[in-house]
Write a new protein. Structure first.
Length: 394
């Protein structure tokens, strides 16, 4: 589901780009001029937003799209070797820029990205100027019978490189879907198609605009994630809970969950181990049954909302969650090895039982607001703690 949610907008934009490409010649002149200006406006907007939010991956995607557009539009790739080098290096550079950590646009950590762009550009210019035999043989070689590739003007070397990187990025998107990865996959596809069609005005305008729209979507998605998702646990945060409460009505149940003795745990084992505990509990909460939606309320407190369910129908799902957390051993040395790279042996590992207390209340028979129902569940949480913790109280 997460893969579909991430890739669906990219796929819709891909389909829309081909539809727009087919109908481009039938558009009135004013519309085609508008699309040409749209490309420039989108480049400025997305570049500005990536600078504002310091998203280096998106910024470099825009640089690649603009660079390819300018090279093709002004005919700066004048021979087959230059065009093949451009078509072969663009997917490679995009993949490397996607894999580099997103650690700023104008910082010391972005030097590898700028170095890569500079080296590839200078190397390509040198090869085009000298046209060595080895480059001609490798870049423009026919590895397979030529009759199978008469549908494209690209060399077989370029097609092999593009295909390998296409499937590599698609695999990354499937196993680790994220806005910038999916945008990178979409931009790669658009650039490959654009280089296939060449310097035609409609391909430059339509496919460049679509690639930039994908970058804009990634910026919006990442901004939404920063605003609504908790960075540590990946759960929706308090802002998302507030919007849920603004829209909720009728019958619903609100549960408050708190990690038992969490301050003592942090004091004894460190904040890294404490963060790992919160992530483990959040992972359990994402699988809560009964249609419950989990949120990180703050600190070691979490909230779960069951829409359309009274307390009696929600209790069994909360009990299952509590038991699942209590039965999961937490190994301290495993966290230390991951975070601090300490070498430990299995006999030194220390397994600790982590438990939670849960308070629950619903809106049945009450005109109280959702926040007041949450306060009732918070009081129930204190009763659970007062009765010895590791229990659910209503």
């Amino acid at each position: 589901m997460r893969v579909l949610n991430s890739l669906a907008p990219i796929i819709i934009l891909l389909i829309g780009s081909f539809y727009g490409y087919q109908w481009y010649e039938r558009l009135p002149a004013s519309a085609t001029i508008g699309i040409a200006y749209l490309t420039h406006m989108l480049a400025l907007i997305v570049a500005g937003l990536s600078l504002r939010f310091n998203r280096s991956s998106i910024f470099f995607y825009v640089v690649l799209v603009v660079m390819v557009n300018l090279l093709l539009r002004f005919g700066w790739t004048t021979n087959d070797l230059g065009y093949a080098l451009l078509s072969g290096f663009i997917p490679i550079v995009l993949l490397v820029l996607t894999l580099l950590p997103d650690r700023g646009i104008f910082s010391i950590y972005s030097i590898p990205a700028y170095t890569l762009l500079a080296v590839v550009t200078l190397f390509s210019m040198l090869v085009v100027a000298t046209a060595p035999a080895w480059a001609m043989q490798f870049v423009l070689a026919d590895w397979l019978p030529a009759q199978y590739f008469d549908w494209t003007g690209q060399s077989q070397t370029v097609l092999i490189i593009s295909s390998l990187i296409f499937y590599s990025l698609l695999t990354l998107c499937i196993f680790n879907p994220s806005p910038h990865l999916c945008a990178g996959f979409g931009v790669l596809f658009m650039l490959i198609i654009q280089l296939h069609f060449g310097d035609h005005e409609r391909s430059l305008n339509v496919f460049s605009s679509t690639a930039l729209l994908m970058c804009l979507y990634a910026i919006i998605q990442e901004t939404w994630h920063m605003a609504y998702l908790d960075e540590l646990t990946g759960l929706p945060g308090r802002r998302a809970l507030r919007e849920k409460f603004q829209a909720i009505s009728g019958l619903y149940t609100v549960a408050m969950l708190d990690v038992d003795h969490f301050k003592k745990f942090n004091d004894n084992h460190g904040h890294d181990a404490g963060d790992a505990v919160l992530r483990m509990i959040a992972a359990k909460m994402t699988r809560v049954a009964g249609g419950g939606v989990s949120y990180r309320y703050g600190g070691e407190e979490f909230s779960i909302v069951f829409t359309g369910k009274p307390v009696k129908d929600s209790l069994r799902h909360l009990e299952t969650l509590r038991e699942s957390i209590a039965r999961t051993p937490f190994v301290i040395n495993r966290v230390s090895r991951r975070k601090n790279e300490l070498k430990t042996t299995p006999r030194n590992s220390k397994s600790i039982k982590v438990t939670v207390s849960i308070g629950v209340a619903d809106s049945s028979g009450s005109t109280a607001s959702a926040w007041e129902v949450l306060k009732l569940s918070d009081k129930a949480l204190y009763r659970a703690k007062g009765k010895g913790r590791n229990r659910v109280c209503k």
